[in-house]
Design a protein. Structure first.
Length: 139
């Protein structure tokens, strides 16, 4: 069995941002040489996410608005986590909702996605460097 590991680094311009990383995952798969197996993609920071969904701008606005209604950033004193001097408790909650990682099947050297599925990095406390792990195992 072969294995491959890569870290993808991001530094977003906004506090909350969704980035389509499908092409980066495909590039990792190509570099790995693996034709059949599994790809794990996970955000290595507790205020960021990785998820699979449609690449449709209206949907991404809906995600942001829904998450902000569910866990608003302000007022920051509404969260006990922020009593430590942090101001990002909402980001931790948003990450929990959107998810830490995804596993994608690899079939015939391709990411085995359904119709319209794309891979995204979700940032909820941005404007600083963060990483995503890509780990591929297979033959």
């Amino acid at each position: 069995m072969k294995h491959y590991r890569q870290e993808l680094w991001f530094n977003t311009n906004q506090r909350t941002e969704f980035i389509n990383i499908t092409h980066l995952a495909q590039q990792c798969l190509k570099e790995s040489g693996i034709k059949e197996g599994l790809m794990l993609v996970n955000a290595m920071h507790i205020s960021a996410s990785v998820f699979i969904n449609d690449d449709e701008s209206g949907l991404h606005v809906d995600f942001k608005e829904f998450l902000e209604r569910l866990a608003p950033h302000r007022p920051t004193d509404q969260y006990r986590h922020n009593d430590t001097g942090e101001d990002n408790a909402d980001s931790h909650i948003k990450r929990q909702i959107m998810g830490r990682e995804v596993i994608i099947a690899i079939t015939a050297g391709k990411l085995d996605f359904g119709p319209w599925e794309q891979l995204f990095y979700g940032e909820f406390d941005g404007q600083r460097k963060k990483r995503v792990l890509v780990k591929i195992i297979g033959e």
